[in-house]
Write a protein that binds this ligand. Sequence first.
Ligand SMILES: [Zn+2]
Ligand SMILES: [Zn+2]
Length: 316
Amino acid sequence: MSAAEDWGLALRGSHLAAAIDRITEPWSNAIIRAAFLGARQFEMFQQALDIPRQTLSLRLRGLVEMGLLRRHQYQTQPVREEYRLTSLGKDLYGNVLTSWLWDRRWGDPHQLMPKKLVHRRCSHACTPLLLCPHCTEPLSLDRMQPVLAASAMPVALRTERNRRWRKPPSTGGPTLERDILAVIDDRWSLLLVAAATLGLSRYDEFAQALAISSAVLAQRLQRLCLLDVLRSQPDPDDARRARYLLAPAGTALFPYLLTLSAWGQALANAPDTIAWVHSPCGQTTRGQVACSHCRQTLLPQEVVRPAAPTKTKLND
Ligand SMILES: [Zn+2]
Ligand SMILES: [Zn+2]
């Protein structure tokens, strides 16, 4: 087997892939974010996201079935229900924070997420940081080494689900706006970025690693290049071919992928197939999302937003 196949098998059987399979339905991430920003009732989600009512209904039901939201009856006459995050849903907080961080640095300016966060525990404005719990240094891709875990067993090839490529909700106009939802709402895009973090860069390597059809692969690579998450350059070994390397915005998705992979652990019933070793300390870790000021782990109940978030990007 080639290295691309080895990594591909490991990636497809990883906790990250398990997590990606749960929350890459378009709108799911946006709904989870809105829930963390305080939306509970159907109308609140609808207003915040400007999502078609039928789609919202379907997605909320899906998120309840997946165990990320639960229905809560808050009124009896007439019966009214709201949606609350379950503990599995709340465990996505670190992941929501890393997506917020990416959007703040790399996304287009108008977005759903608050501009500023304050850590109640230390009373300081904070930026979430993904820190190594062993040496407390921030984790970045250039200082991490992926390792195939001994438990990496070949997994059955996933058949591509019959999922049509839909335009992500944030991409309204003719120009391609960039926010993290444009990447993370699409399973193949996220798996491609993950494959790139493992060092794969050639079309054939991606095709082998992900067992993806060439039409889908070509479309996703083109889109990720348009978003400037990947950049293509001629292959030094064969100038007729291209290599697809992570652009800075792509490299910056690494903390997001690590937090997602940590979340995926709760969904998996086997050890992870890929481990990440932090080069400075030599320890295996997926990091902890911490406050930039006091370096304590950020918990949802301890983070406040000083200004009300813009309710919807469509209202501005
Ligand atoms: Zn470390
Ligand atoms: Zn703090």
